[in-house]
Design a protein around this ligand. Structure first.
Ligand SMILES: Nc1ncnc2c1ncn2[C@@H]1O[C@H](COP(=O)(O)OP(=O)(O)OP(=O)(O)O)[C@@H](O)[C@H]1O
Length: 582
C-alpha cells in the first residue's frame, strides 16, 4: 500500500516535470525546425510556384501547414513521452500493489487497438475525400475576395452566394460522418475503460473477500485510481500507431511544399562579385535566349546588346513582345531554360548567387504594392535608413504631402513632428528590446525580464498616430492609389541608390504631370546610373540615349529616338500612331 502511495505521488508530480521538459524540447527542437522548413521552402521557391499554385493553396500551406503539422507533432511527441513514463509508473505501482492485474494489460491493449483498426480506415477515407475535393480550403471565399470588384460590376453576387453555400454543404456532408466516426471511437474507448474499471473493481473486491482481507474504502479508492490510470495509459498507447499514421498522411500532403527545390542559391562561393560591384553599370547580353518552359517557344531569342555605363535605355514594343522578360532576366526572376550570358561589369550574373545579384540592382516594378505595416517599415523593411533619409526621399518623389502630418492651426498649436519622433523612438526601442530578447539565451532572457527597463509608451490621441511615417498601410490599401504606390517604390529606389536601375512601367499609373515630375527626378537622381526604362507611353522614353524595340522576343530595332524615326520601322509607326516626335 505504501508503495502504491509513493507511486501515486511520483505519478502526479512527474507529469508536470515531463510536460515542462517535453514542451521545451519539442517546441525548440521540432516545431521550430518544421516551421523553418515550411517557410524557407516556400519563400525561396521559384516564382513559377506562385504562378501555378492558387492563393488558397498557398495560404493553406503558409498559415496552416506549418502550424497544423507542428501543432499535431508537439502534443503527439509529448503524449508518447507521457505514455512511456506513465505506463512505467503505472506498471511499477500496480505491480507492487496488485501484480495479478498486470495480466490484464495485453488484453486491454488488444481491445483498444481493435477499435482503432476498425474505425481508422473509415476516418482516413473521409479525410482523403475532403482533401482531394479541396473541401474546407475556403476556395470560393478566396475567389470572392480576389474578384470582389468584378463580381459587383457584373452583378453576379447571387451566383457566388450559391457557390459558397454549395461549398458549405459539401463540407457538412463530409463533416457529419467524420464527427460520427469520432463519436463512435470515443464511445468505444469510454466503454472499454468503464468495463475494465468495473471488472477490476469487482476482481479486487472478490479477491479481498476470498482471502478474507479487510480493505478500507480509502485503500480501495487508491487501487481503483491505479487501475484507472493504467487503463488510460494503455489505451493511449494502443491508439498511438493510428495517430502516427494520421500525422504521416498530413505530412505527405504538406511535403509537396517542403520539398520544393529553391529557385537558385543565394550565394555561389567562387563566383562572388566584389563588394562594390557593379561599379560602372555596363550591361552585356551575349546571345541570350530564354524559354519559360522546355516545351514552349523561346520568349527571348538571341538577344545581343552592350549597354554602356550611365546609358539611358528605353525599351518599347507591343504587348507580349518580351520587354518585362528582358529586365526580369537581369534579376534572374525568370525560371526556365536559358543559353548565352548576361554580364554586368564583366561578371556573369547567371553564374552568381541571386543573393549577390538582386540587392545590388534597383527596380521600380510594374506592380508596386504596399506591405502590411507602418509606412516607415514599407519604405525601409530592413531598418537601414534614418528618418531623415526617408523624408528626403518622400519629398524628392513628391509623395511627402500625402504622408506629412497636418499643419498646426492657430487654435491648436501642434507639436506633431516632435510627438512622431518620440513615437518612432519608442517603436525603435521596443523593436530593439524584441530583437535582444529573440537573440538572447535563457540566462540573458531572465536578466532582461528582471532588470531591463522597458521603454515607456508615449501617450497620444489616436488622431495624432494616424499621420506621418507611423501611419499603418496594408497590402490592399485603398488609401494609396496605384500611382502613389509607385511613388513609394520610387522612394525605396532613391534611398538605396544602385548603379543599375530598371524602371518597368514605373509611371504607368500616374497622370502626365506626375509622369513629367518623376522623369525629372529620374534625370537628377539617376544621372550617373545605367537606367533601363520600359514604357508604353512613348513620351517617357523619348529622352533616352538609345531605344530598344522588342518584337516577338527579339531586338527588332535599336538606336537613338531620331535614328529610329528616320529609319521608318516599328518605332516610327508607334510614334506616328502617338502623334508626337522627340
Ligand atoms: N511565367 C510565364 N510563363 C510562361 N510564359 C510567360 C510567363 N510570363 C510571360 N510569359 C509570356 O512571355 C511573353 C512575353 O511576356 P512579357 O511580360 O515579357 O511581355 P511584355 O512585352 O512585357 O508585355 P506587356 O507590355 O504586356 O507588359 C508573353 O507571351 C507571355 O505570355
Amino acid at each position: 500500500m505504501q508503495l502504491a502511495m509513493v507511486g501515486t505521488f511520483l505519478d502526479s508530480n512527474m507529469y508536470h516535470v515531463k510536460d515542462m521538459v517535453s514542451e521545451y524540447v519539442v517546441q525548440r527542437g521540432v516545431v521550430e525546425k518544421i516551421k523553418g522548413m515550411f517557410v524557407g521552402s516556400i519563400i525561396y521557391a521559384p516564382l513559377s510556384l506562385y504562378d501555378s499554385t492558387t492563393r488558397a493553396q498557398l495560404s493553406e500551406a503558409f498559415n496552416y501547414g506549418a502550424t497544423e503539422v507542428s501543432a499535431d507533432i508537439s502534443p503527439l511527441i509529448m503524449r508518447i513521452l507521457g505514455c512511456v513514463t506513465g505506463i512505467a509508473l503505472s506498471v511499477f505501482h500496480v505491480g507492487a500493489s496488485v501484480p495479478q492485474l498486470l495480466l490484464l494489460v495485453p488484453l486491454i491493449a488488444w481491445t483498444f487497438s481493435r477499435c482503432d483498426v476498425f474505425l481508422d480506415p473509415v476516418s482516413a477515407m473521409l479525410r482523403d475525400i475532403r482533401r482531394a475535393a479541396g473541401i474546407g480550403q475556403g476556395a470560393t471565399s478566396n475567389i470572392i475576395a480576389d474578384g470582389k470588384r468584378m463580381i459587383r460590376l457584373y452583378g453576379v453576387e447571387p451566383f457566388f452566394t450559391r457557390l459558397h453555400m454549395q461549398e458549405g454543404d459539401a463540407e457538412q456532408r463530409i463533416k457529419h460522418p467524420a464527427d460520427t466516426i469520432d463519436m463512435v471511437s470515443y464511445i468505444a474507448t469510454s466503454s472499454v475503460c468503464a468495463i475494465t474499471n468495473l471488472s477490476t473493481a469487482c476482481l479486487l473486491l472478490l479477491q479481498s473477500q476470498l482471502a478474507s482481507i479487510n480493505i478500507s474504502s480509502g485503500e480501495f479508492m487508491t487501487y481503483k485510481r491505479l487501475v484507472y490510470s493504467l487503463v488510460n495509459q494503455v489505451s493511449t498507447a494502443a491508439y498511438m500507431p493510428g495517430r502516427l499514421r494520421k500525422l504521416s498522411c498530413k505530412m505527405d500532403t504538406y511535403r509537396a511544399y517542403t520539398d520544393i527545390p529553391p529557385e537558385a542559391p543565394l550565394v555561389v562561393e567562387g563566383c562572388r562579385p566584389p563588394p562594390s560591384w557593379p561599379q560602372a553599370g555596363k550591361i552585356e547580353f551575349c546571345n541570350y535566349t530564354m524559354r519559360y518552359r522546355k516545351d514552349l517557344e523561346p520568349t527571348l531569342s538571341e538577344i545581343s546588346i552592350t549597354i554602356q555605363p550611365g546609358e539611358k535605355i528605353g525599351i518599347v514594343g507591343r504587348t507580349g513582345a518580351g520587354k518585362s522578360t528582358l529586365v526580369k532576366s537581369l534579376f534572374r526572376l525568370v525560371h526556365g531554360t536559358t543559353t548565352g550570358q548576361i554580364l554586368i561589369d564583366g561578371q556573369d550574373i547567371l553564374e552568381m548567387g541571386v543573393g549577390d545579384l538582386r540587392p545590388r540592382l534597383g527596380i521600380i516594378p510594374q506592380e508596386s504594392s504596399m506591405f502590411s505595416g507602418s509606412l516607415k517599415r514599407n519604405l525601409d523593411p530592413l531598418r537601414e535608413y534614418t528618418i531623415e533619409d526617408m523624408w528626403a526621399a518622400l519629398v524628392k518623389s513628391g509623395i511627402a504631402p500625402k504622408v506629412a502630418p497636418p499643419r498646426a492651426s492657430k487654435d491648436e498649436p501642434s507639436d506633431d513632428i516632435y510627438r512622431l519622433q518620440r513615437l518612432e523612438d519608442y517603436n525603435e526601442a521596443m523593436a530593439d528590446h524584441g530583437r535582444r530578447w529573440a537573440e538572447a539565451g535563457w540566462k540573458m532572457r531572465l536578466m532582461l525580464l528582471l532588470f531591463a527597463s522597458r521603454p515607456r509608451k508615449p501617450h497620444f490621441t489616436p488622431r495624432k498616430l494616424l499621420h506621418g511615417l507611423d501611419r499603418m498601410a496594408s497590402s490592399n490599401d485603398l488609401a494609396f492609389s496605384g500611382g502613389e504606390q509607385q511613388l513609394f517604390s520610387l522612394c525605396r529606389v532613391l534611398m538605396r541608390m544602385r548603379r543599375v536601375i530598371v524602371l518597368d512601367e514605373a509611371t504607368a499609373d500616374v497622370d502626365l504631370e506626375t509622369d513629367r515630375h518623376m522623369q525629372q527626378v529620374f534625370r537628377d537622381a539617376f544621372a550617373g546610373c545605367t537606367v533601363l526604362t520600359i514604357a508604353h507611353r512613348l513620351e517617357t522614353v523619348m529622352g533616352s540615349d538609345r531605344i530598344i524595340v522588342m518584337d516577338k522576343g527579339r531586338i527588332a530595332e535599336i538606336g537613338t529616338p531620331q535614328e529610329l524615326i528616320d529609319a521608318g520601322g516599328i518605332f516610327a509607326e508607334l510614334v506616328s500612331a502617338n502623334d508626337f516626335g522627340p
